[in-house]
Design a protein around this ligand. Structure first.
Ligand SMILES: [Fe+2]
Length: 265
């Protein structure tokens, strides 16, 4: 799992940090340009997301033979994935702090058919908004009982289920006082490493949506909304946890937005 890129700190381009108003105006201007266009994928060089300016491809992509990559890339077998790995709250001797929750949903293809035996990996900040990562040094506490990584295989109906705690928002220096909305990173492995897809799940009603150039880099508002989980009271566990439901659609007009492979955040 590429957890090394699961956070956003240090993504500063240029000496001065612009204001939120500057970023908002840039986002609004791009949205205006894309208004009415259906787009599941954001422009790769979405300028308000500053580091995308340096990281997006500027040359024709080079074609590689997938077989060459797959010979040396990570692989997994079903026996490699323990059911306990889907519970991020039992990885240490004590329980993590924060709002405990179940996150569940289904992985579907464009025709609504379940995608079975799909490896889903997640990584996230702790309840205070801090990742265990050397580049994340902002002054929020680490939680000795929370690592923030887990994985699961989808069942015959395409369903997955994680037990974790709700991540906090965190600052990331894209511009002055930039904060990411709370999110969980999701990776779907596919049948081979070259098919891997990566995206983020958000929580309903987050006031930071409007201010976040990563979330706003998806120019189609309907595609943005498909990244937001729904609170589902049926998925709460009495006296134990909150419940959120989030389905992932791999293809078609209602496909879930997936990151370009070079994106980190
Ligand atoms: Fe993140």
């Amino acid at each position: 799992m590429s957890t090394s890129t699961g956070q956003d700190h240090g993504a500063v381009a240029g000496p001065a940090l612009e204001s939120q108003a500057t970023i908002d105006a840039e986002v609004a201007s791009i949205h205006e340009r894309y208004a009415g266009r259906r787009a599941n994928h954001p422009p790769r060089d979405f300028a308000p997301y500053r580091s995308s300016a340096l990281r997006h491809p500027t040359h024709e992509l080079v074609t590689l033979f997938p077989e060459e990559i797959e010979r040396t890339s990570p692989a997994f077998g079903h026996v490699d994935v323990d059911p306990y790995e889907s519970d991020l709250t039992i990885q240490h001797t004590g329980e993590p702090l924060g709002e405990r929750m179940t996150v569940t949903g289904r992985v579907l293809d464009g025709d609504g058919r379940p995608v079975r035996n799909q490896l889903i990996e997640i990584w996230q900040a702790n309840a205070g908004g801090r990742y265990i990562h050397k580049r994340d040094q902002h002054p929020a506490p680490l939680d000795p009982n929370f690592t923030g990584v887990g994985r699961a295989l989808t069942g015959d109906d395409g369903s997955y289920r994680f037990t974790t705690v709700k991540p906090g928002p965190y600052p990331w220096k894209n511009h002055r006082n930039a904060w990411r909305p709370a999110h969980i990173h999701f990776s779907l492995f596919g049948q081979a490493f070259t098919q891997r897809l990566v995206t983020q799940m958000y929580f309903p009603g987050d006031p930071l949506f409007a201010l976040d150039p990563i979330y706003q880099s998806i120019t189609d508002p309907r595609a943005r909304e498909r990244l937001v989980a729904a609170y589902d009271h049926d998925e709460t566990v009495p006296e134990f946890s909150m419940g959120y439901r989030w389905d992932i659609v791999l293809t078609g007009s209602t496909a879930t937005w997936m990151e370009d492979e070079h994106d980190d955040e």
